[in-house]
Design a protein around this ligand. Structure first.
Ligand code: CDP
Length: 647
């Protein structure tokens, strides 16, 4: 393995990270005693279980002798272990929580040299119903009481094992429309969303974090105006507490832009609705902006844009996203995620592209293996996942990487680097997926996919990067024959795993350079403060300067108004120092090379007006992005992150 990986294996998680791990991640037995006490032990468990998947998904193993088989699995266990233990690559939380559930503990931690082939076989056999490893699910909701309450049950089952769920509620007939069975009136999608919210609120308690849901209603549904206001009065606690809500744009975003610019109308419709109504697109946008200004909701999801780049469209269709938006999915699809900490790849004044290439390839195999050792809560989900084998490999640590490279986040230079970084990852991840297709078999629907059928199909829009020719070449040649996964990339929020990695989250700028983060103590439920000052700043800024400003920095979170050299202010920008447009452009830079989506928040200062928010909603329609989430500082009472001052 690359030397950098070795180097990071020797760096222990910070005290903050260790605290989070002990509270929520280290496995305990039924008596509540810790079975693992270090990140290395956790890494061993996860690497071992995921390597055991080779027994399930590798036809070449049949031709090997038992000794060769054992060597093969062990060598992948070691490769996975190196990546995870170094914290350069970390899979999504459910994989960390649940890998090994049901398996004899002894098998999960015994020294690698003592592992036998039967041990790996036992791991595979002993997995139980809690062995659920994916973060993202989409459940369809049909327009009948039976359909709705089937979905409620499915929500409960998925939440219980730790998945986040999204649904598009547009199939439900609007509020007030006729119900033949009862001669009554339908209560409409928003009322039913409260039922889903309640179900999840009861189920979450057994689990290690609160559930997360996404509710979508398409822009042409008759209840759209009420939907946009569904989180009014949101105090972060009561109103549809578990839901993010988004307006679905099933058509191309350019169509809506045109209607907006020409002050056109959109016809609202539903097959079970006899009414007729048109709404001005400008009115809808005004209302979205007003509500987003107040509560942060609704966002927008460009379903048409997602399907435009979906390799199985129109054979399959994306109907919704998961809660944070990074994955668009069809009915009953699920996806598992993993993120590479790019900040750890900057070493000796250089970015280690060669290490990144190797890491990407191992990570793709890891995520593909996760599918096969996963125990899905519902059979329909297992079928949907296995016919297309979608993965979500992405990054974290981007802002900390830019700090090290001394490139301001809100600059064209940063965006150029972002495009090159993502294009490079995308190229090698897709190469790896084609390698796996050749080695283990293509995804079952491959022959119906646009990879196989469409001359010039590339599953993302592209822009300008150093790898464009190689990417085009890949999809023209290799991808025509071999592809293991319908999509491979996504950038997740990495809300928890970036803390474990001691790095900045996803592609986001740091929210604050110094802050207090509250974590719930599982044992007592108390909130405990953890203090944090950005590591790169600590290393780069002369110690005496930092000392001089430290208390003010903890209070304000940004260098912007502090008495320090302009150079530091320009490099160490935080979310609220960056203009909304610069946030959006960074989202676009990455999205151009990602086949799934990106989780990104467009942060706005508390002083932003409704018109400022509206400008961004309209601007979003003009860019190659797949959705929009806006957050005006202070618009919700409960924030995960807070400065010491506001705590
Ligand atoms: O860092 P971690 O792996 O815990 O998760 P993340 O990257 O912040 O979120 C990835 C996805 O996990 C989200 O989009 C949700 O689908 C899901 N999630 C969830 O179900 N419940 C949460 N409390 C947080 C995330």
């Amino acid at each position: 393995m690359h030397e950098l990986v070795k180097k990071w294996q020797n760096v222990a998680p910070s005290q903050n990270a260790e605290k989070i791990l002990r509270e929520r991640y280290y496995l305990k037995n039924r008596e509540g005693e810790y079975l693992e006490n270090s990140w290395n032990e956790l890494s061993r468990r996860v690497a071992r279980v995921i390597a055991a998947a080779e027994l399930l998904n590798n036809p070449r193993l049949q031709q090997m002798t038992p000794a060769e088989r054992l060597d093969h699995i062990k060598s992948w266990e070691e490769a996975f272990y190196e990546l995870i233990s170094s914290r350069i690559f970390i899979p999504n939380s459910p994989t960390l929580f649940n890998a090994g559930m049901g398996v004899d503990f002894e098998l999960l931690y015994k020294p690698l040299e003592n592992m036998k082939l039967e041990d790996y076989e036992k791991i595979v056999q002993q997995r139980n119903h809690l062995h659920m490893l994916s973060a993202c699910f989409v459940v369809p909701v049909d327009d009948s009481i039976d359909g709705i309450f089937t979905a409620v049950k499915e929500y409960a089952m998925i939440t219980k094992v730790g998945g986040g769920i999204g649904s598009n509620f547009s199939a439900l007939r609007p509020n007030g429309s006729f119900v033949a069975g009862t001669h009554g009136k339908a209560s409409g999608p928003i009322s039913f969303m409260h039922v889903f919210n309640s179900a999840v609120s009861v189920v979450e308690q057994g689990y290690r974090r609160r559930g997360a849901l996404m509710g979508i209603l398409n822009i042409d549904h008759p209840d759209i105006v009420d939907f946009i206001q569904a989180k009014r009065g949101n105090d972060g606690e009561r109103v549809l507490r578990f839901f993010n809500i988004s307006v679905g744009i099933p058509m191309q975003r350019e169509e809506i832009l045109k209607l907006y610019e020409q002050d056109g109308q959109i016809e609202l419709h539903h097959p079970k609705w006899v009414g007729k109504k048109q709404v001005r697109v400008r009115e809808i946008f005004q209302l979205m902006a007003q509500n987003a200004w107040e509560t942060g909701d609704p966002g927008m999801v460009f379903l048409g844009e997602m399907n435009k780049y979906y390799a199985l469209y129109p054979v399959r269709q994306i109907i919704s996203t998961n809660p944070c938006g990074e994955i668009g999915l069809g009915p009953y699809e699920a996806c598992n995620l993993g993120s590479i900490d790019v900040a750890k790849l900057y070493d000796g004044g250089k970015f280690a592209w060669d290490a990144l290439e190797k890491i990407v390839r191992v990570a793709v195999r890891f995520l593909d293996n996760v599918i096969d050792v996963n125990v899905f809560p519902i059979d329909k989900i297992e079928w949907a996942v296995k016919e297309s084998r979608r993965l979500g490999l992405g990054i974290m640590g981007f802002a900390d990487l830019l700090y090290q490279m001394e490139i301001p986040y809100d600059s064209e230079e940063a965006r150029r680097f972002a495009r090159n970084l993502m294009a490079f990852i995308s190229l090698h991840a897709h190469e790896a997926s084609s390698d796996l297709g050749e080695e283990k078999g293509n995804f079952p629907l491959f022959s119906q996919s646009r990879y196989a059928k469409e001359e010039n199909f590339v599953p993302f829009s592209m822009d300008v990067s150093d790898y464009d020719d190689e990417i085009k070449q890949h999809f023209k040649t290799r991808a025509k024959k071999h592809k293991r996964n319908v999509a491979v990339l996504a950038i997740a929020p990495t809300g928890s795993i970036s803390n474990i990695a001691d790095t900045s989250s996803g592609l986001e700028p740091n929210f604050l350079l110094a802050y207090v983060r509250y974590v719930n103590k599982q044992s007592s439920g108390e909130r405990e403060p953890l203090l944090y000052v950005n590591e790169v700043l600590r290393k780069k800024m002369p110690a005496e300067d930092l000392k001089r400003i430290e208390s003010e920095l903890i209070e304000k979170g940004s260098l912007k108004n502090l008495d320090v050299d302009e150079k530091w202010k320009r490099i160490f920008v935080v979310a609220l120092d960056i203009s909304p447009m610069d946030h959006l452009l960074m989202q676009e830079a990455f999205q151009c090379y990602v086949d799934n989506n990106i989780s990104k928040t467009i942060n706005m200062p508390n002083s932003a007006s409704v018109d400022d928010v509206l400008d961004i909603y309209v601007e979003a329609l003009k860019h190659k992005i797949r959705g929009l989430t806006v957050y005006r500082d202070g618009s919700l009472r409960t924030q995960v992150l807070t400065t010491a001052r506001s705590a």
